[in-house]
Each structure stands twice: as structure tokens, then as C-alpha cells.
Ligand binder design. Structure first.
Ligand SMILES: [Zn+2]
Length: 68
């Protein structure tokens, strides 16, 4: 199985249906995209990510300390 967004091939199962075997939720170990086994996930080309893009993603600016 490969990630539909970044093509990475290490996917974790992060949730399973309460009734066994109905569905599972998978998550990409690289970009954290997630989808349910009952979906057929399609990611438009414009939203796809490469390893290089992921490595260079900007960090969310930290919240400055509270003023006293
Ligand atoms: Zn991915």
C-alpha cells in the first residue's frame, strides 16, 4: 500500500471498526495523510507532495511568551 499524497510505502493502521473487519483507518508515516479502507482516496496532482517538499515545509510560528 502506498500513500495517495506522497507515494510513501510505510502506512500505519491507526484505527479499526468496533465491529471487527468492517473498516480500518490508515495513515502515512511520512506526511500523515489518512484515509479509511472503505474509501478509494484520490489526491489531485496539485495537492501531492514529494519527500523534498515535505522536508522543506515551513514550521508553524511559535506562540510568543505571555507578557506579564
Ligand atoms: Zn504520505
Amino acid at each position: 500500500m502506498k500513500c495517495p499524497r506522497c507515494e510513501f510505502d510505510q502506512i500505519s493502521t491507526i484505527a479499526k471498526s468496533p465491529q471487527a473487519g468492517v473498516w480500518e483507518v490508515y495513515q502515512c508515516d511520512q506526511c500523515f495523510y489518512s484515509w479509511r479502507s472503505t474509501e478509494d482516496p484520490k489526491v489531485a496532482d496539485v495537492f501531492k507532495l514529494t519527500k523534498e517538499q515535505i522536508d522543506n515545509l515551513q514550521v508553524i510560528p511559535p506562540v510568543p511568551p505571555l507578557e506579564v
